[in-house]
Design a binder for this molecule. Structure first.
Ligand SMILES: C[S@@+](CC[C@H](N)C(=O)[O-])C[C@H]1O[C@@H](n2cnc3c(N)ncnc32)[C@H](O)[C@@H]1O
Length: 195
């Protein structure tokens, strides 16, 4: 499905970074692991700030576009094709992990999130934005499956070795390409791993 969505020259989520990420990028240190990176807009932005970024996604088509976007700006990013249902990030490796609209089934999240927490260095930061379950009632983006949508309660309890910096559900305009098209309900989460 994702390879098909990405199989044209257009960047379906645009080439500008997610605005929540851009607003809080000053909190992030490298290396950065970006989950479900897609076509590279966020990894390329972080690379433009001088950060070493590894973008992981199951779509080879998306990651090929990510590499082209980076090259077009004279930047380098690392990419890895992997299914997050099976991915094992290295322990203690990352200064930050970023998860932007990485909508996964709850069973996949239950396996992945402890590994994500383990992959952070002490003091490393996790930054996540995703559509909330309230987004089911809207047609401005996101999966039509409650199991793939988040609540603040889910996310607040998923990273017990981290101190929460921000955990909120808000409505905001998400205008990020052809599939994220307006007022939306999102969960935003930032936490720092205990030192
Ligand atoms: C809504 S897009 C978001 C892309 C990017 N994070 C952004 O904000 O532009 C969701 C991404 O999740 C990826 N994805 C979905 N399920 C995945 C899985 N099981 N493993 C790895 N990537 C997955 C898709 O390939 C797609 O690139």
């Amino acid at each position: 499905m994702w390879d098909q969505r990405y199989a044209n020259d257009e960047f379906v989520y645009g080439t500008e970074p997610n605005s929540f990420l851009a607003e809080h990028a000053h909190l992030l240190k490298g290396p950065v692991l970006s989950l479900a990176e897609g076509e590279g807009r966020n990894a390329v932005y972080l690379a433009s700030l001088g950060l070493d970024v590894l973008g992981v996604d199951s779509s080879s088509v998306g990651l090929a576009k990510a590499q082209r976007l980076a090259a077009s700006r004279g930047l380098a990013i690392r990419t890895e094709i992997a299914d997050l249902a099976e991915y094992n990030p290295p322990a203690g490796e990352f200064g930050a992990v970023v998860s932007i609209f990485a909508h996964l089934p709850s069973a996949v999240r239950r396996r992945l999130y402890p590994l994500v927490e383990r992959s952070l260095k002490p003091g490393g930061v996790l930054l996540l934005e995703a559509y909330s379950q309230a987004q089911l009632a809207r047609d401005t983006g996101g999966p039509k499956d409650a199991d793939m949508l988040l609540t603040t309660a889910d996310i607040a309890s998923a990273f017990p070795q981290c101190q929460t910096i921000l955990c909120q559900q808000i409505e905001r305009e998400v205008l990020e390409g052809a599939y994220h098209t307006g007022l939306a309900s999102v969960v935003q989460f930032i936490a720092r791993k205990n030192g």
